[in-house]
Every structure is written in C-alpha cells, then in structure tokens.
Design a binder for this molecule. Structure first.
Ligand SMILES: Nc1nc2c(ncn2[C@@H]2O[C@H](COP(=O)(O)OP(=O)(O)OP(=O)(O)O)[C@@H](O)[C@H]2O)c(=O)[nH]1
Ligand SMILES: [Mg+2]
Length: 522
C-alpha cells in the first residue's frame, strides 16, 4: 500500500507533463520567438536567456553585435513557464524537503583495484561534509568511515560492520537522513537501507543533483538538471512497478488505452526526456550562433576552469570588475557558463568564460548532462586553470581536472598553451610555487593580476596568430579610423608636420591583409 501511495504522489506530476504536451499546441506553452524590440538593450548569458542590465560590461553592443545579430540571438528564446514546467521536482519526496540532520557513512576500500590511490578516506569524508554543508538547513550530526571490499555491490558492508553501523545510526539522536558516500545506490539497496535505518538514504548522485537543483538559475542549467533526473526516475519507476506487480497491480491495462500503468509512465518519461532534449538543443543552437558571432568579431575567448570553489568567479570578477558576478564559499556556486568582457594591458578586449567547477567522481550521468556546457571550453582561444593552492587536496584536484579535460578531448593546442594559476596565496605563508610556469595570485586581494594579464596577452597574441605592428599612417586618409575599428590600437605617435602618425596595433593576419589591400595596394 505504501508503494502505491508513493507512486501516486509523483504520478500527477508526470500526468501534468502530459497536460503540458497537449497544451503545447496552444500559444502559451510553445517555444516562441520574442520580438527583438522587446529585448533590445538586454544582454544574455551564454548559456541561457537571462536578461541583464544595459549597464553590464558585456552588453550586446559592446560585444559588437549589430541589430540583426541581436535579433538572431533572440531565436534561442524559450518561455520561462515552459522551463519551470520541466524543472518541477519530479524525484519522489524526501531530499527536497526542508531540513536534514545527516549521518554520513563513507565506505572505504582499503585494498584491491577499487582502492582510491590519489586521496584518503578522511579527505573524501571532508568533501562529503562540504557537500552537505553547502545545502541550507542541512547539518552533519555524525560521520563514520567503514571498511568494505565491495562499495558498488548491493550489500556494501559485511554483516558485522552493517549491524554495528545500524546500531550507531539508530542510537544517534535526531538523525533524519543518511548520506552513503558512493556514486550510486540501486533503488533496491536504497530501500533496504531505509528500512534498516528508518530514515531517508541518499547517495552522491542525489546529493550533488540536489545541490545543482538549489543553485540552478538559468534555463539551460534547469533543463540539464531535469535531464540528469531522468535515469533516476526511470530506475525508480522500474522498482516501484516490480513491487506493484508483486501485489498484482502493475500490469493491468488502464481504461481503454491498451497500455498498462507501467507503459503509460514509461511513455510519459520518454516524452518528457524528448521535450527537455529539444529545448536544450534550441539553446545549444543559440550558443553556436554566439560563438560564430564572436569568431567573426575576432574577440579572443579565455575559458576559466578548475575544481569547484577554487576561485574562478572571484578571479573573473577581479579581472573584469563585473559586479554581476557573485562568488560564494559554496560547492557548485556557478552552474551556468557566463561570459564577461575584460581588457588586457594593450587595451585588447577579451571575453572570460566562467565555467562550472569540477568535482572528483562526479557521477557520470551528471557530467553527460552538463557536457554541452563544458563543450564551450573547446572553442576558446586560451584556457586558464585555476587551483586553490591552500587546499590540502590541491594536487589531487589538479589531477582530477586534467582527467576531465582529457575525457572532453580538448585540442592539444589548448592544453599546451593553458596557463596554470595558483590562487589563494594569501592563505599560505610565504608561498613559493614548485611549478615554474604557474602564476601565483590572490584573486580576493587582487595580487598578481598584472602579471597574469600580461601572460594572457602574450598567449593570446601567440595562439590567435595576431601581430603587434608599428604602422605608418597617413592622417589625411581613413586609415586610422579603420584601424580603430578592425584592430586594437595601443599607441599613436603623431607627426603633425608630416600629417602622419606611427600607430602601434595588435591586428589579426586577416585584418592586416585587408588593411594592406585597402591602403597600400599590397
Ligand atoms: N582567501 C582567499 N579566498 C578566495 C580567493 N579567491 C576566492 N576565494 C574565496 O573562495 C570561495 C569560492 O570562490 P568562487 O570564486 O565562488 O569559486 P568558484 O571556483 O567560482 O566556485 P564554484 O563556482 O562553486 O565552482 C569564496 O568564498 C571566495 O571569496 C583568494 O584569493 N583568497
Ligand atoms: Mg563560480
């Protein structure tokens, strides 16, 4: 009966999705194009259509977009109500509800192929505690590290260990949930553990997903989270239906539809998944458009990446002065790829891309859902790898980030030119890096930023094939204004007697070719 009740608690939400499908034909629930005039003067983050103020450094106009291009950007517009409909909590009751007093269990593999070599159980426990503390109203009441040989099996712990663990949990006052620090618990194990311990049980996937859900601000992040929840819903559905079958109810046909309850639910889930994928595809097309616009304008793109909480957002804020950015002492504070314009010492404009942080053993399905966001990294001109040098796990974090980049198949040219940044040096007494090429900075105290900007400029000039040239310009022609428009003018030395000037510019090969054709006949 309890199973039936649980199914009915989330069936209406799925059925509501079906209602939305029907309503999709109606104008209110349709992917829809907003007239450019309504949106004029607003700016959108790269990943989704979040309006920002006209004062924003990164306004469409400052990115050099024409009216037509701004209008094309609007193509990717999707109604808020549609995203909210898909983002509604679908996962059955438990994790999203109010406060939790959490007991954390970390299964530690001491030997064999599954042993973690790069980290210790204590540090993995510290990360699990960090995850729980990230959530408002969630508190850790106790933690335990227990040995196991088979963390991925249905029975994670041996009989004796499991019994003493159960006693400990049951004797700890006020526990409302247990977080078992494994990637994924099968619904069967989860149910068994919940029955044994008498409280909700979460795995890493559900905790990280919940953090993502709480931090999602933009449409793309919300849709990606909704997509990441689908496998969870699917396996729960299977489990619930198996239980219902045992009670003789799951395979009955519903009304005259010719479908069983299980088939209806599966179909609804499939439809939901397709709807999310198609909305995401639409946003992706818009992202592609933005990318080609930036290429066309030849504005270099610098992606800032690194482990979660290492200081990426703080650094971009310091480099650009963009007050919209809000760094927070939280895991996964940034879930959206956003773009912020900044200037290098030569006055060249670059776009810094703030990215979602990495985490060791981030569940695969989550990475898959967010991989499109990370895809943008591949199309940058330069990568900055930020490391929190004060963190006890800083070396492992670096290995982890490099592994993720390897899996994303980042081109060699980007891996080779990547600048490693050692952030938070203010927290380490007399910090000296053992890695010669790394740049020490404190993003918070704005130390080392001049050196960093210089290094960025050098690499950009190298990797984008730009040239720094002194050009002799005739001031009676439009040469100088052309250069201001098509290149970065660094310095102008006027010779008034001769009506000429020597102009120092950073100019792309293509623009220099056009310049020569137009003004020197070459
Ligand atoms: N002491 C010190 N703290 C810093 C420095 N840089 C960032 N922080 C702090 O580190 C915390 C995380 O900063 P964020 O900039 O949000 O980190 P992030 O890498 O963007 O984090 P996610 O978006 O969650 O991946 C904040 O509390 C910052 O104030 C630094 O140079 N020194
Ligand atoms: Mg951030």
């Amino acid at each position: 009966m309890a199973t039936l009740r649980r199914i009915h608690s989330w069936l209406p939400q799925l059925l509501r999705t079906q209602a939305c499908r029907r309503a999709a034909a109606a104008p209110t629930c349709r992917l829809h194009r907003t007239p450019a005039s309504v949106l004029r003067g607003r700016e959108f983050s790269l990943s989704a259509c979040r309006p920002k103020s006209t004062k924003d450094l990164n306004s469409a106009r400052q990115r050099g977009l024409t009216e037509e291009e701004e209008e094309e950007e609007d193509e990717g517009f999707i109604e808020d109500s549609e995203v909210e409909e898909l983002f509604q909590l679908q996962v059955p009751a438990g994790i999203g509800e109010g406060q939790h007093r959490v007991f954390i269990v970390h299964p530690d593999v001491k030997w064999g192929s599954r042993k973690q070599h790069l980290t210790s159980a204590e540090l993995m426990m510290a990360e699990a505690v960090g995850l729980v503390n990230t959530l408002d109203n969630w508190r850790v009441v106790d933690t335990i590290i227990l040995s196991t040989k088979t963390p991925e099996k249905k029975r994670i712990f041996g009989k004796g260990n499991f019994q003493s663990l159960t006693e400990k949990i049951r004797q700890t006052p006020g526990v409302s949930a247990v977080f078992v620090n494994v990637d994924h618990l099968s619904p069967v194990s989860e149910k068994e553990l919940e029955e044994a311990w008498g409280v909700k049980v979460f795995d890493r996937y559900s905790v990280v997903l919940h953090i993502f859900r709480c931090n999602a601000r933009t449409k793309e992040a919300k849709l990606q989270i909704s997509l990441a929840e689908i496998p969870l819903l699917r396996s729960r559905l299977k489990n619930e239906m198996a239980n219902l079958d045992q009670q003789g109810g799951g395979s009955r046909y519903i009304g005259g539809s010719g479908e069983t309850l299980f088939e209806i639910q599966q179909r609804l889930l499939k439809e939901r998944e397709m709807k999310i994928r198609s909305a995401l595809e639409k946003l992706r097309r818009k992202r592609h458009l933005l990318r080609s616009q930036r290429k066309h304008k030849e504005i270099p793109v610098v992606s800032v990446l690194g482990y979660t909480n290492c200081g990426k957002t703080t650094l971009i804020k310091a480099l650009t002065g963009d007050s919209c950015l809000q760094p927070r002492n939280q895991l996964f504070a940034t879930l959206d790829v956003t773009v912020h314009a900044g200037q290098l010492p030569s006055h060249m404009t670059v776009l810094y891309v703030d990215t979602i942080g990495f985490l060791s053993q981030l569940p695969h399905q989550l990475i898959d859902s967010f991989s499109a966001t990370l895809e943008d990294i591949k199309h940058s001109d330069l990568l900055l790898h930020v490391r929190d040098i004060s963190h006890p796990e800083t070396v492992n974090q670096k290995v982890n980030v490099l592994n993720v980049l390897k899996n994303l198949q980042i081109p060699d040219r980007l891996m080779n030119s990547m600048i490693e940044i050692h952030n938070k040096i203010d927290l380490v007494d007399n910090y000296e890096s053992a890695e010669l090429n790394a740049l020490p900075i404190s993003a918070l105290e704005e130390r080392g930023l001049g050196e960093l900007k210089k290094a960025v400029e050098e690499q950009i000039v190298n990797c984008t094939g730009k040239h720094i040239l002194d050009l002799q310009v005739d001031l009676s022609t439009p040469q100088l204004s052309w250069l201001y428009k098509e290149a970065t003018v660094q310095d102008v030395q006027v010779n008034a007697d001769e009506g000429s000037a020597v102009v120092k510019v950073i100019i792309s090969t293509a623009a220099y070719g056009r310049y020569r054709k137009l003004f020197t006949g070459g």
